[in-house]
Design a protein around this ligand. Structure first.
Ligand SMILES: [Zn+2]
Ligand SMILES: [Zn+2]
Length: 101
């Protein structure tokens, strides 16, 4: 070797967006190990099946959370963002989450 070990990988950039996920970056807690390195929580959640928007990690809404026994919404979708819920699904979702909390 020789020389000082001055190059240390402290950034752990998200493989999707390149933002650092290292401790102190603000993304450390929710970073996810992926095959190539790390992904931040902004990039590793599901995409909304209805609008294709990236959903923050674990913030996607599934039929179960709307009190449905089905594992798909009536339109066949599985992971949607809150703004894509229909009025009915939204009210179901909020009454479900209230009964859990
Ligand atoms: Zn990212
Ligand atoms: Zn959506």
């Amino acid at each position: 070797m020789g020389g000082l070990m001055t190059v240390i990988h402290t950034e752990d950039p998200c493989v999707h967006c390149g933002n650092p996920t290292a401790f102190g970056s603000g993304r450390f807690v929710n970073r996810i190990p992926v095959e190539e390195g790390w992904g931040c929580a902004d990039c590793t959640g599901y995409e909304c099946d209805r609008c294709d928007k990236q959903i923050y990690l674990d913030a996607e809404i599934t039929p179960e959370q709307c009190g449905m026994d089905n594992d798909e919404f009536s339109d066949g979708h599985r992971h949607v963002c809150e703004s894509c819920l229909t009025a009915h699904e939204s009210s179901q979702y909020h009454s479900e989450s209230e009964s859990i909390i």
